[in-house]
Every structure is written in C-alpha cells, then in structure tokens.
Write a protein that binds this ligand. Structure first.
Ligand code: 164
Ligand code: MG
Length: 344
C-alpha cells in the first residue's frame, strides 16, 4: 500500500475540472474530476458525487497509488476494448458505434430508469444489426431487475446471443438465484458481477455464493490496480476491466490493470473517453483498431495539459465541494484500516 501523502500535499496537487459529455450516461451530462499531479505522474480522483466518504476514500487510495506509488508490472502490451452504448434509442445506435471504430465487442445499457424491456429489446436488436453477427454483445442492467424480471428479460434478450449480462440484479443472493433459474430455462447468458464487487463490503461473496460466471473490476472503486488484482485472484473467476467514466488519466490506470491481469479473455470497458466531449489531455486515450496499448496509456497519462485544466476548471463552489470532500476522504484513510477498507 502506497503511503498516504499529507492532505496539504494532495490539495496543492489538485485541479478540479468539469468535463462535458457527448451523450448522457449514468444519469449525467458532465463529469467532474480531480486531477492530482503526483511525484510519479498524474492521477485522478473522481468518486461519483453521490458516494459517501468511505467509498470516496477507496477511490483516493487508487489515486495515491497512481500518483505517488508504483503500478504492478504488465504481462501484455495491449488490451481489447469494447464499445459502450448508453440507453439511447435505436436510431442513435449507429452514431454511437461510429465513435468506437474497430471494437468487436459492444456493451449495451439496459433497464434504464423510466424505460421498458421493449426499449432494451429494440436497442440490442439494433446493436446486433449494425455491429453484425460476429460482434460480441453484452448488456448491463446496473442491478435494476428483480430475479423473475431478469429471467424473462434475458430469455428474450438472449435471442441476440449475449456474451454476458452485467449485474442483472442488485444483490448477490439474487444473482445466485438467477443463475440457477437461467440454467433451468436453458437461457445461455453468463452473469457478470460489477456493483456486487466494487460496492460490496466483501467482494469475495460473489465467488463464495456462486453468484457470477465472471467479475467486472474497476480500478478506482476497488482502491487501485494492486487491490483490484488481489480481488480478481481471490475470486478465482474470469475478469473484465471497466472504467469508472474516468478522464484519460484514470483510463490509463484501467489499461494498466487490464495489462497486469494474469488472464484476460474479454474486451474491456475502457473506451469511455469517447463518451466525453472534452478531456484533460490533447490526445484522449481512445482505442485504435479496438485496442489500447500500455505504451500509449503511459504517455497519455502524463500529457495532462494545464491549458485544458484551466479551460474546464470547475465553478468555484464545486471546486470547494471537491476540496472539502478530499479532506474528508483523506481523514478516512488516515484513520487507518477497517475504516475505509473492505473486510476480506
Ligand atoms: O464497461 C463499459 O463498457 C464502460 C463503463 C461503464 O459501463 C460504467 C462505468 C461506470 C459506472 C457505470 O455507469 C457503468 C458500469 O456499470 O459498468
Ligand atoms: Mg456495470
């Protein structure tokens, strides 16, 4: 674990930005982030605004690892990247996919609040039509379905040959129950755990309770690359890396994690720079031919442009909000293990 720098050092290193998004995703049309200029390079701290100080402190551990620590060594030099399709209407699908040239895998948001299964069926059908029969298509419900709802939704969505369904239900026990039901139905859709990993007190419950066929891991929510590698090793399940809607700096940490995983058989959700309408580097970390390399990630991560930090500087009262939050998250980490850390 990288030693925690003093709060005043972090505050002195911090720039708060507000970046516009190209398309609404995760209920937001802009992304706030704190960029930290550490002695080992730039880092990013951007816990979603609704998260509490304990969650935010885990994201801070990841930022400290990136800016003040050392990342685990890679075992590969490049990783495959999936396209990410928000809960858009079918006519908008082609335009979204055009932003992910060369990606052979597509993740589709489903079960969006205020929408119906028919909207998901139409969106996934259009993704399948545009991306073609060879594409790998996965869906992400962010835990919105009840078990029986997920059972029916995946029976109907499964006709499009899904690679897997990410967090179809919210609770670990529901995921375990759903997997049994899907097998009984002959619905061949693997289940991936995302929120049950990154927001759980004990991410290993997923593996212990047979709740998933694979795990989705995100660097920042899990507390850093080294911690994410530990969680994957302890789960003993295939893993996919996904972003936390980061700027190119945070995405570079995601590439570092994907490159360090002993086994990586799926494309990763690290193409989300395409969802941002601005970034903190002049040449955002966008996949080329559907792939990202560790070399380019390392270069981009340290190409943060002060002019962009100024251009997209957050309003003063948001800057104050983030700096206060940084102080609280720092206090959680400074209080030591057992306060911000997970059991396991
Ligand atoms: O995995 C991807 O294709 C992109 C990242 C992504 O889907 C997400 C990023 C951050 C939070 C969520 O909105 C969402 C997810 O649940 O995986
Ligand atoms: Mg997810």
């Amino acid at each position: 674990m990288t030693p925690l720098p003093p709060l005043d050092e972090l505050l002195a290193a911090a720039s708060v930005v507000e970046l516009p998004m190209r398309v609404r995703f995760r209920g937001v049309d802009h992304r706030e982030a704190v960029l930290l200029r550490g002695p080992r390079g730039w880092a990013e701290w951007a816990p979603f605004v609704e998260y509490d100080d304990r969650d935010a402190s885990r994201w801070l551990s990841a930022a400290v690892e990136l800016g003040w620590g050392r990342l685990p060594d890679p075992v590969r030099t490049d990783v495959g990247v999936n396209a990410t399709v928000p809960a858009v209407s079918p006519p908008d699908v082609a335009g979204v996919l055009e932003r992910f040239p060369g990606c052979r895998t597509v993740k589709v948001k489903v079960a969006e609040r205020g929408q119906r299964l028919e909207d998901d069926l139409a969106r996934v059908a259009e993704v399948r039509r545009v991306a073609g029969p060879q594409a790998r298509v996965r869906v992400d419900a962010n835990g919105a379905w009840w078990v029986e709802e997920a059972r029916e939704a995946l029976r109907r969505l499964g006709r499009h040959e899904l690679e897997y369904a990410e967090q179809p239900c919210a609770r670990v026990e529901e995921l375990a129950e759903l997997r049994v039901a899907l097998a009984k139905d002959g619905t061949d859709v693997p289940v991936a755990a995302d929120e049950s990993i990154r927001r759980a007190e004990d991410p290993l419950r997923v593996a212990r309770e047979g709740a998933a066929d694979l795990v989705v891991v995100k660097v920042a929510p899990l507390g850093g690359v080294a911690r994410a590698l530990e969680v994957v090793a302890a789960c003993g399940l295939p893993a996919v890396v996904s972003s936390a809607l980061d700027t190119s700096v945070g995405l570079a940490a995601g590439v570092a994690l994907a490159a360090a995983l002993p086994q990586l058989d799926h494309d990763c959700g690290l193409g989300t720079a395409a969802l941002l309408d601005a970034d903190v580097v002049p040449d955002p970390l966008l996949p080329v031919g559907g792939r990202l390399t560790t070399a380019r990630a390392a270069t981009v991560r340290n190409a943060v442009d002060p002019a962009l930090l100024t251009a997209y500087r957050a309003p003063a009262e948001r800057e104050r909000w983030w700096r206060d939050r940084l102080g609280r998250a720092h206090a959680v980490l400074a209080a030591g293990p057992g306060v911000g850390d997970r059991s396991s």
